[in-house]
Design a protein around this ligand. Structure first.
Ligand SMILES: Nc1ncnc2c1ncn2[C@@H]1O[C@H](COP(=O)(O)OP(=O)(O)OP(=O)(O)O)[C@@H](O)[C@H]1O
Length: 247
């Protein structure tokens, strides 16, 4: 489904590569976790796959389509949940979602029904007429999620969808994504929550300093590393315990 070949990214202002010669294949209907320490290149990789930034070299296809020749088809095929909220604070949840739906050519009663259904699934229906500025972080994350999938993308990219939310919101989001996956969507998400990834992901890739250093089913990765009891052990064994601060 997603075929990444030798992809690299060096930002103009940067001295080194943020992603370097990375090869990866993500199969259809996978829940795929991109894991790595701060600055590993997860956001850069996901941003390239969403066509938000251009690779410096290398290529990728999603369902056989490449971003150079099939921009519009890719836009319909994928959904993007960015780390930052893309919502308008002074509009209500419903108004925000009407706006995002209209960007994909959706309108009328079918859009309204879809918005209500998703708000309901994510526990937000009774807040649909409240302004976003009154929402908690966890509520905003859930509206942000709905905004990205009203057009029913087959592939959903999420950049740290559960960061900064409480356990209740996190569980609602994870359950929702699992249902979406059961219904056929391929899910690619970045996370620092290794316990969550171990339970949630069908496959993970560990990235460090822009390079792919391990890939596989969480259970197989844990079994393959001597002395590892969980994904966190594998992660620390492969990436080390040093801090990754840089500026
Ligand atoms: N716009 C940019 N210009 C220059 N360098 C950048 C830019 N965005 C990211 N970088 C650098 O690229 C590297 C990878 O950053 P990226 O945000 O992709 O990592 P990440 O794995 O998503 O990190 P985190 O977990 O902290 O979000 C870092 O060294 C970062 O400083």
């Amino acid at each position: 489904m997603i075929n990444i070949e030798q992809i690299s990214k060096k930002y103009k202002s940067a001295e080194s590569y943020s992603v370097k010669d990375l090869d990866l294949f993500i199969a259809e209907k996978e829940i795929f976790g991109l894991l790595g320490p701060n600055g590993a290149g997860k956001t850069t990789l996901i941003s390239m796959l969403c066509s938000l930034i251009k690779p410096t070299s290398g290529a990728f296809t999603i369902n056989g389509l490449n971003y150079k020749n099939h921009k519009n088809q890719l836009k319909q095929l994928i959904g993007i949940v960015p780390q930052e909220y893309a919502l308008y604070p002074t509009l209500t949840a419903f108004e925000n979602l009407k706006y995002f739906g209209s960007m994909y050519g959706l309108k009328g009663k079918s859009l309204d029904d879809k918005i209500k259904d998703k708000l309901d699934q994510l526990g937000l229906l009774k807040f649909s007429d409240k302004k976003i500025e009154t929402f908690s972080g966890g509520m905003k994350r859930r509206v942000n999620l709905i905004a990205s999938l009203l057009h029913e993308p087959r592939v959903l990219f999420l950049d740290e969808p559960t960061v900064g939310v409480d356990v209740q919101s996190k569980n609602v989001i994870i359950d929702f994504l699992q249902n979406l996956n059961q219904a056929g969507a391929t899910i690619i998400y970045t996370s620092h929550h290794l316990n969550e990834a171990e339970l949630f992901c069908t496959k993970v890739a560990i990235i460090d300093q822009g390079k792919l250093i391990a890939e596989g089913k969480p259970k197989a990765l844990v079994e393959s590393q001597e002395g590892a009891h969980n994904l966190e052990d594998v992660f620390l064994g492969l990436t080390g315990k040093g801090l990754r601060d840089s500026a």
